[in-house]
Design a protein around this ligand. Structure first.
Ligand code: CP
Length: 301
């Protein structure tokens, strides 16, 4: 059976560090062709800008070719074909499948019927493991280490899949977490219980100001409109936090602001010009990290 990446927990601490090392090689040498002759499918059943295009750029830069569909409404799933059948068919054509899907657990379903590796590019509110790897690459790049950092995650910690994966992965590195969210969007209990079990230090707050000056990484997130049961529920919390440049006067000098993007109103554009903003570089790192993930899963690095 081929190795897939469905949850960040599919990678050990050693594998995470290996992929980050390989990504560094690709940052130095961005175009290689050792995957020439391979074909990789990018199946995006949900909108994406960064993940899709950085995967496609990564595939092209490794010398492989990419296939996919421009719009999931034009696939035979709209005629009622199951995800399992779609994956059984597409896996006959390609060497790897990268998939984003709105259903939690969709990537695991795909992996259960696929003879080729599946890479989860986001499944509902569950996991986004390649985002986590690029987040960790960026944390290492900006802090010079992964161990013992103060990490403050802010915003939609309930539906935000990136914070779920990142919490699990950073747990290998003795972090101190602050989870900043309104009551409605708190980090799900199962993640908090796991941290308690591992003896990892964390606190929860509703106040953005409270944890702002005591973190190395401020990980901002968008309120995930598409996952709310109603617009009314979304409207209650959609503007809960707005980080502005004027709020950054007392932050640590080494502090960096990350965001998986897209942002809506949670980071004002005047933050972009401060030395703390790092979200655009973070998005660029996605390409190097995805080159590394593809190479590793296909057995080339
Ligand atoms: N960070 C992220 O997943 O962005 P996209 O939705 O644009 O892919």
């Amino acid at each position: 059976m081929s190795k897939s990446l469905i949850s960040i927990q599919d990678f050990s601490k050693e594998e995470i560090l290996h992929v980050l090392d390989v990504a560094k090689e690709f940052e130095k040498n961005r175009s290689q062709d050792f995957l020439s002759g391979k074909v990789i499918a990018c199946l995006f059943f949900e909108p994406s800008t960064r993940t899709r295009l950085s995967f496609e750029a990564a595939i092209n830069r490794l010398g492989a070719r990419v296939i996919g569909f421009p719009d999931a409404r034009n696939t035979s799933q709209s005629k009622g074909e199951t995800l399992e059948d779609t994956i059984k068919i597409v896996s006959n054509y390609v060497d790897m499948i990268v998939m984003r899907h709105p259903m939690e657990g969709a990537a695991a379903v795909a992996a259960s019927v696929s003879p080729v590796p599946i890479v989860n590019a986001g499944d509902g509110a569950n996991q986004h493991p390649t985002q986590t790897l690029l987040d960790m690459y960026t944390i290492l790049q900006t802090q010079g280490k992964l161990d013992g950092l103060d990490i403050n995650m802010v915003g939609d910690l309930k539906y935000g899949r990136t914070v779920h994966s990142l919490t699990q992965a950073m747990s290998h590195f003795n972090p101190h977490f602050t989870f900043t969210a309104p009551e409605e969007l708190r980090m799900p209990k199962k993640y908090l219980e796991k941290l308690s079990e591992l003896g990892i230090d964390f606190k929860e707050t509703e106040s953005l100001e409270e944890g702002l000056n005591a973190c190395d990484i401020l990980y901002m997130t968008r309120v995930q409109q598409e996952r709310f049961p109603s617009k009314e529920d979304y409207d209650k919390v959609k503007d809960v936090y707005e980080l502005t440049a004027s709020m950054l006067g007392g932050v640590r000098k080494n502090m960096k602001i990350l965001h998986p993007l897209p942002r809506i109103t949670e980071i004002a554009t005047d933050v972009d010009d401060t030395p703390y903003a790092y979200y655009f570089q973070q998005a660029q790192n996605g390409m190097f990290v995805r080159m590394a993930v593809i190479s590793y899963l296909l057995g080339y690095r």
